[in-house]
Ligand binder design. Structure first.
Ligand SMILES: CC(C)(COP(=O)(O)OP(=O)(O)OC[C@H]1O[C@@H](n2cnc3c(N)ncnc32)[C@H](O)[C@@H]1OP(=O)(O)O)[C@@H](O)C(=O)NCCC(=O)NCCS
Length: 224
């Protein structure tokens, strides 16, 4: 099940999502990698990571690029050589890229109960207080949106010292809204971001013995 979804967000922004059901061999046969990528790929410890890495190259192909158009800076942030902005994410069954004329970040996260236990590490007290009346199913979804939004903002800014809890604030939202806004405030810098989010679910044929369907949250952000 290759290309899962394409969102033509605007004439200059495209989001592409891959559902990773192919074997390592199949993906490897279908992409061409530059030397650095081949080295990275062979050094990866898990095949899950390798397949995710290769599936991102499939997404690049879909968008009209290839691995030779992509390079990374010393922080690991990806860039493409035509001046557009790119952001990359991968999580278990899915990978995603956003390519835009605007600065953009993307994140896909598996929705898990575990996020409740770590909430106070990345959400400040005021944000947590506002979530207190949320029903339990939406609580996990909202925390996952907040996490993904903060990761996406981080991927845009990529500043050393950014604390998800202390420096990035996600404004209140309902899951049905599928959008919100965020503020990064740090050392006299104040930046605003538009945040968009949606749920993506793995398809039945990709369960491969999993007990239950897995729900993911995709979030993407633009600097305002
Ligand atoms: C680097 C980081 C953004 C990656 O996010 P992640 O959710 O772990 O993983 P994702 O799959 O969504 O993203 C990985 C991709 O991010 C991109 N990336 C890596 N470093 C990056 C950076 N400094 N800036 C922007 N993008 C980056 C890469 O493209 C990478 O995939 P690739 O190397 O296969 O191309 C994240 O690990 C991180 O460092 N976050 C900030 C640190 C932090 O404060 N964390 C927790 C606070 S409670």
């Amino acid at each position: 099940m290759p290309l899962y979804k394409t969102i033509d967000f605007s004439p200059t922004t495209q989001i592409l999502v891959w559902e990773i059901t192919e074997s390592y061999e199949q993906l490897f046969d279908e992409v061409q990698l530059n030397e650095k990528s081949l080295l990275r790929l062979t050094a990866m410890k898990s095949q899950l990571h390798q397949r995710a890495f290769l599936s991102v190259r499939k997404l690049l192909q879909q968008a009209g690029y290839n691995d030779f158009d992509l390079y990374y800076d010393e922080s690991g942030k990806p860039h493409i050589n035509d001046g557009k902005f790119i952001s990359i994410t991968h999580s278990h069954d899915f990978s995603g890229i956003i390519i835009s004329d605007q600065k953009a970040g993307i994140d896909i996260e598996l929705q898990r109960d575990k996020i409740i236990r770590i909430a106070d590490k990345f959400v400040n007290n005021k944000e947590l207080h506002r979530l207190k009346d949320t029903n339990s199913q939406d609580y996990i979804k909202k925390l996952t949106v907040k996490w993904g939004a903060k990761e996406s903002v981080f991927k845009i800014c990529n500043e050393a010292g950014i604390s998800f809890k202390d420096h990035i604030w996600i404004n209140s939202f309902e899951i049905k809204d599928q959008k919100t806004t965020a503020i990064l405030e740090m050392e006299n810098v104040k930046q605003q971001f538009s945040i968009y989010f949606e749920e993506i679910d793995s398809s039945p044929e990709s369960f491969r013995g999993e007990q239950a369907k897995r729900n993911f949250t995709m979030v993407y952000a633009f600097e305002k």
